[in-house]
Design a protein around this ligand. Structure first.
Ligand code: ADP
Ligand code: ZN
Ligand code: ZN
Length: 732
């Protein structure tokens, strides 16, 4: 008899522990490996678990240990590299180990589906015999096309290219084409039709800095919009591509445009895999499996949003994080990880290079560069012929501004259109107006479930709370005093669109916001006239700020960006400046003399002047000084415990109790702020409160969090309270 052994299993549950199970009867130790999934009995149910360890020292009495129900995988779904990354997540973010590990997996694998891709019918070229298709031009065309597609296509590709099943069927009968069922892996094919550009001096220096060191070499590439960062990325990864390795390119949530993908496609003869939120669960699993089974036959470039950082990539050799400052890299629920930070950790553990690129780096990364943790490389000039748009401040105090935009600025738009160019009006508010109000009694359209106002929409007409998604029909009278004079206050994208359409009747006005871009490809269709280059006006939210190249946009007008200047969030100014620069960067990308104008009521704001007269870098240094003075990140480290409850005051009481419990464990160098009501205390019907835990030293904060972990997970007596822990929170 061999000695008994046990499996230590992690479950995808908010429980801060692991569980021991017995193996299946008659199975042997080498049937199991760390990183495989099993089904286990848990309470009345069956749950998917991951094998964390195989051992012979159970935590509980052996007779109490139940056997697993089934082994799901024949080989691990998580490599030891990713298992370690999952454990690192657990250590750093102090979330349950099971949840951390399961977060690395595609949803279908979390649910226990076998790690197999769906299969699709493919057609292969068997035999070329032109005589057999002499009198069948469509069949001949298919053969020719198949030849060009490297002799194999999927059924869907064939239909998309306009061939019918009957044409293909006849070729199969003639034994010229064969059928094959294969994993539905569908990477885009790169075709390397485009040559690398000759780099300018700054780019050349940058490339040198990036390639001068082997192994882990984190680089912050700070380059103004249009300075040719993308060209540097492309040349930096080219040796990895030649060696048929894998490259991971992280991009922001809404930054993936066809233009971005095209640049990689045209440069490299590599497979390009996209991993973004538009994929369904099965497509995501297929892409994940395709990356995890990379065989070094052809290089693979994986372009994806935040969670793509967890893709299994056995031959990963280079990581790029584009727009590294972007807020969408931070996960805001569940395991609240930062995709950029994980990317750096992953590069360090694999000992490979990583570039963090941005025109407006986050203060965190800039700080890391200034203290020499990262190599700091700057591109200060636009590449090619373009010159950057000047940032101008337009003072609207003492002016009557109808429909949200000053008359003089409308004249600028008119001149731009007359020159045959395009104009972009940016306003970060969708809907018609942010508020409906009654001039007779002062009533305003407040949401009953949030400390917020309901936005007035006209297309179609309704009131909508953007915080809890509550919708309501539009009242015709004031609900308070029955006055019929209720009216819109302020302006959003819809109102501007209407106003600009009225004012510029001969030109197209194109509105881009979340409401106008529902549905697949809606955005690209709307943008067609812009890409065609006809004079027109773009009106939109920050959806316009990322990724797009608008060569003919020569004037950018920004409205209401100043709302961030006086926010309670200490990061507001940083975020506002990044947004301003990003939007301004849409102007004059390929021409001279573009203008970017900020319409503001706070034209004297010193930081705004710094931004317009100097640049983002100067502003960022000033903001860092301020952070240092006030002991704020990156000069201090923070964790935030958030709590909420449907009952007023309950979340706050919960945090008070928690603070009482954890205070005795407090060591030197740990401080607390709160509990305090959250900035929007009532949201979606729940009252929210928060407690900050801070330290100047990351290791102290981490130690403290480790020590209080059991208390966090054990606090009882508040059934209605939901709580979460956010390490390095990026907002309140
Ligand atoms: P960024 O990513 O920094 O915003 P891009 O890489 O998109 O900048 O470059 C902006 C434009 O300049 C693109 O049209 C690109 O083709 C062009 N460009 C980049 N590098 C060079 C170069 N060395 N010579 C000529 N044109 C360049
Ligand atoms: Zn009223
Ligand atoms: Zn609401």
């Amino acid at each position: 008899m061999s000695t008994p052994f046990y499996l230590r299993i992690a479950l995808d549950k908010p429980l801060n522990q692991t569980f021991d199970y017995e193996p299946l009867a008659n199975s042997r130790m080498h049937d199991y490996q760390i990183g495989m999934r099993v089904n286990v009995p848990f309470g009345q149910r069956s749950e998917v678990g991951l094998i964390l360890d195989i051992h012979n020292q159970p935590d509980i009495a052996p007779h109490k240990i139940k056997p697993i129900k089934e082994r799901i995988d024949d080989s691990p779904v998580l490599s030891s590299e990713l298992m370690k990354l999952g454990l690192w997540l657990h250590e750093y973010y102090h979330q349950p180990v099971g949840e951390c590990l399961f977060t690395l997996l595609p949803v279908l694998l979390r649910k226990g589906q076998t790690a197999k891709a769906t299969q699709e019918k493919h057609y292969c070229l068997e035999h070329l015999d032109w005589q057999k298709v002499e009198r069948a031009p469509r069949q001949k065309a298919f053969l020719e096309w198949l030849q060009k597609q490297n002799h194999k296509v999927s059924h869907k590709q064939a239909l998309d290219a306009g061939f019918t099943p009957s044409i293909i069927g006849q070729l199969i009968d003639k034994q010229l084409v064969s059928e094959l069922w294969q994993d539905n892996f569908n990477a885009l094919c790169g075709d390397s039709v485009e040559q690398a550009l000759a780099l300018n001096k700054e780019q050349e220096q940058a490339l040198k800095g990036i390639s001068e060191k082997n192994g882990f070499n984190p680089v912050l590439l700070e380059g103004v919009t249009g300075s040719g960062k993308t060209e540097v990325y492309l040349q930096a990864i080219s040796s990895a591509v030649t060696q048929r390795k894998q490259v991971l390119v992280l991009i922001p949530e809404i930054g993936l445009t066809p233009q971005t993908v095209q640049r990689f496609q045209q440069r490299f003869n590599a497979d390009i895999l996209l991993l973004h939120s538009g994929l369904n669960d099965q497509q995501r699993l297929n892409a994940w499996l395709q990356a995890s089974r990379h065989k070094n036959e052809k290089a693979q470039i994986i372009i994806g949003t935040r969670s793509a950082v967890f893709t299994e990539m056995p031959n990963l050799d280079f990581i790029i994080v584009d727009e590294e400052h972007d807020a969408s890299y931070k996960q805001q629920e569940g395991i609240r990880y930062h995709g950029r930070d994980i990317a750096v950790i992953r590069a360090a553990k694999r000992n490979i290079p990583i570039i963090l690129g941005s025109a407006t780096p986050s203060l965190d990364s800039l700080h890391n560069a200034l203290v020499k943790k990262y190599q700091h490389i700057r591109l200060t000039q636009r590449a090619g012929d373009a010159s950057p748009a000047n940032l101008e401040i337009y003072d609207i105090r003492k002016q009557s501004v109808e429909h949200g935009i000053a008359d003089e600025l409308l004249q600028h738009i008119e001149e731009t259109l007359e020159q045959g160019d395009q104009a972009l009006v940016f306003i970060n508010r969708r809907g018609f107006a942010p508020t409906l109000y009654c001039p007779d009694c002062g009533w305003i359209s407040e949401c009953k479930r949030c400390d917020a106002r309901m936005t007035l929409h006209q297309k179609p007409a309704h009131l909508h709370c953007h915080h809890c998604d509550h919708k309501q029909t539009l009242p015709h009278q004031c609900p308070n005093c029955l006055s019929t004079r209720i009216q819109a206050m302020g302006a959003g994208t819809e109102r501007l669109e209407t106003h600009l359409e009225y004012r510029f009747r001969r030109h197209k006005v194109i509105r881009i916001d979340r409401d106008s871009t529902q549905g697949k490809d809606a955005m690209e269709q709307l943008l067609q006239p812009v890409h065609n280059g006809e004079p027109c006006i773009l009106v939109g939210t920050q959806m316009l700020a990322k990724g797009h190249h608008f060569p003919k946009v020569n004037l950018v007008i920004m409205l209401n960006v100043d709302s961030g200047f006086f926010s309670a969030d200490f990061r507001a100014m940083e975020k506002t400046a990044q947004l301003i620069l990003q939007v301004a960067g849409r102007a004059g990308r390929e021409s001279h003399g573009g203008r970017a104008i900020i319409q503001t009521e706070f034209a004297d704001h010193p930081l705004l002047h710094l931004l317009s007269e100097e640049n983002y870098h100067a502003l960022a240094l000033a903001l860092l000084e301020e952070r240092k003075l006030h002991s704020l990140p990156p000069y201090a480290h923070q964790a935030l415990v958030r709590a909420d409850s449907p009952n007023p005051k309950e979340a706050e009481q919960y945090l008070h109790r928690l603070l009482q419990n954890i205070k005795p464990l407090t060591e030197n160098g740990i401080s607390f702020i709160g509990p305090l009501p959250s900035p929007m205390e009532l949201r979606a019907g729940r009252f929210r409160s928060q407690l900050w835990i801070r330290s100047h030293q990351r290791s102290r904060l981490q130690n403290f969090l480790k020590n209080i972990e059991p208390l966090l997970y054990q606090q009882k007596g508040f059934n209605k309270v939901r709580w979460s822990l956010d390490v390095d929170p990026s907002d309140h």
